[in-house]
Ligand binder design. Structure first.
Ligand code: PLP
Length: 456
């Protein structure tokens, strides 16, 4: 096999690792994030050929280009086929503008794309090494179900999810508690931050070392790489192959994992004219891009696009590295990235809750386009970009905005704004009837630790 690609830490104080090592480590020991030392390039002819390929084949090419020498072709092929067994619709809206619906996976959010692949890769490497893992994660809603589903049924991996009983919707809870098998759900009568604190304490407790705890959180390199694939897929499917053809993507962003997948796609040779990066009222990035000074927002602002309520996106360290700068995990900029080049590639915009609601209404009335709050932030971001009149915003420009969750995950808001009930996708049907299993614990670390020691 070829020499494997190596991954460095954005804080530059940890050894470089191969993909499988970085995947199982998660965060680097110096608290930086892993990034590839070299970025593979996909030839234009191969991108054109992707037009005819099913999604999983495109995934095999893109993910495989980072995993050369650390996985066999037929092994990767089996994993991607198993992970991507659902549709990825590209909905036409007007001119050459489309919505890519990343909401057809088992938990109806785009986090399924990354979670399912990371789970399968971890299970693959653990099966080879004979190791095992306990994934421990706290959730305010979406992450818990995506992680639990992604690891469901694996032999080498057990999953424990903590959630605040008063802060997740019944539907979100049922997406986790109806699974069973290797998935254990724990409710706390507390806030999300309390759940997060217990998880953090468990990670730093040497008495629990024997459990091989892993967080499988959104900064894992194994979650980032699968998020490159759908940008290639959308372009290949929609391009008219004319000379100079390019694309504009709009990405509703919180922790910036999704957009980082896009930025890497561009580096790999995808002809992206502009990334519209749309945040909610947590506008630290749009301000950074325009002013060149970074101030995180603490505590983050509560907006209706709740999965994007992030006041300091972890993946900014990766974006900064990609543009030649240096930012540590606390958000301190040690070397400014090339801001001019970043501004050429990115149009960043902050969208208020009021605009988000108005957008859900106008998209429905004007185009019959049903969006939920996160996708509406992305859509509004694209509108704002098209209003600039810049050359990349011409009417014949190919544009794709990402819908990151299914509207049926937010029935209360959709009912409020549009007075209708979004139809449940097949993955969420039948949830009501399934039996739930979860334990309730006191919000204190000793109780939590005893629980883990007794059970595992
Ligand atoms: C997590 C999430 C986002 C934000 O994605 P990032 O990669 O954190 O920027 C957007 N929409 C939905 C529905 C999400 O669950």
């Amino acid at each position: 096999m070829e020499n494997p690609l190596l991954f460095y830490s954005t804080n530059h104080l940890a050894p470089v690792l191969t993909f499988d090592q970085a995947l199982l480590k998660g965060q680097a020991p110096d608290r930086g994030l892993y990034m590839p030392e070299h970025i593979p390039v996909i030839a234009p002819g191969l991108i054109r050929d992707m037009k005819q390929m099913p999604y999983h084949e495109i995934a095999e090419i893109i993910i495989g280009s980072f995993l050369k020498g650390v996985i066999k072709e037929h092994e990767l092929r089996a994993l991607v086929k198993d992970a991507y067994n659902f549709e990825v619709p590209l909905q036409h809206v007007f001119n050459r503008t489309y919505v890519m619906r990343l909401d057809q996976g088992p938990t109806a959010s785009f986090k399924d794309f990354a979670g399912r692949m990371m789970g399968r890769l971890m299970n693959h490497y653990l099966s080879l090494s004979g190791g095992n893992l306990l994934i421990l994660t706290a959730t305010s809603g979406d992450t818990g179900s995506a992680v639990a589903n992604a690891f469901y049924g694996f032999e080498k991996i057990k999953v424990v999810v903590l959630f605040p009983t008063g802060e997740v919707t019944a539907r979100q809870r049922k997406q986790m508690t109806t699974l069973g098998k290797n998935v254990q759900i724990i409710g706390l009568d507390a806030k999300f931050d309390d759940c997060q604190a217990l998880v953090k304490q468990a990670f730093s407790d040497p008495d629990l070392d024997y459990l091989n705890l892993s967080s499988a959180n959104s900064i894992n390199i194994g979650r980032l790489i699968p998020q490159i694939v759908y940008y290639f897929y959308a372009f290949a499917r929609l391009s008219n192959d004319s000379p100079g053809e390019g694309i504009v993507f709009s990405v509703p962003s919180g922790n910036f994992g999704d957009m980082m997948g896009g930025m890497l796609a561009k580096k790999m040779g995808l002809p992206v004219r502009k990334y519209v990066i749309a945040t909610n009222e947590n506008d630290e990035f749009p301000l950074f891009l325009s002013q060149g000074k970074y101030h995180k927002i603490e505590p983050s602002r509560n907006c209706i696009s709740s999965a994007m309520n992030v006041g300091h996106p972890s993946n900014l360290a990766r974006l900064t590295a990609l543009y030649g700068g240096d930012m540590d995990e606390k958000g301190v900029v040690h070397r400014l990235p090339d801001m001019e080049r970043m501004r050429q590639d990115i149009f960043a915009v902050s969208v208020t809750d009021e605009e988000t609601r108005a957008t859900i209404r106008s998209a429905w009335e004007k185009y019959g386009l049903l969006l939920e709050p996160h996708g509406a932030v992305g859509w509004r971001g694209l509108e704002r970009f098209l209003e600039t009149g810049s050359p990349e915003a011409a009417p014949e420009q190919l544009c794709v905005t990402l819908e990151t969750a299914h509207p049926a995950k937010f029935p209360e808001q959709i009912r409020d704004i549009l007075n209708l009930d979004p139809e449940l996708p097949p993955s969420l049907k039948g949830l009501e009837e399934k039996p739930e299993h979860y334990d309730i614990l006191e919000n204190n670390y000793t109780a939590f630790k005893e629980y883990l020691k007794l059970k595992y």
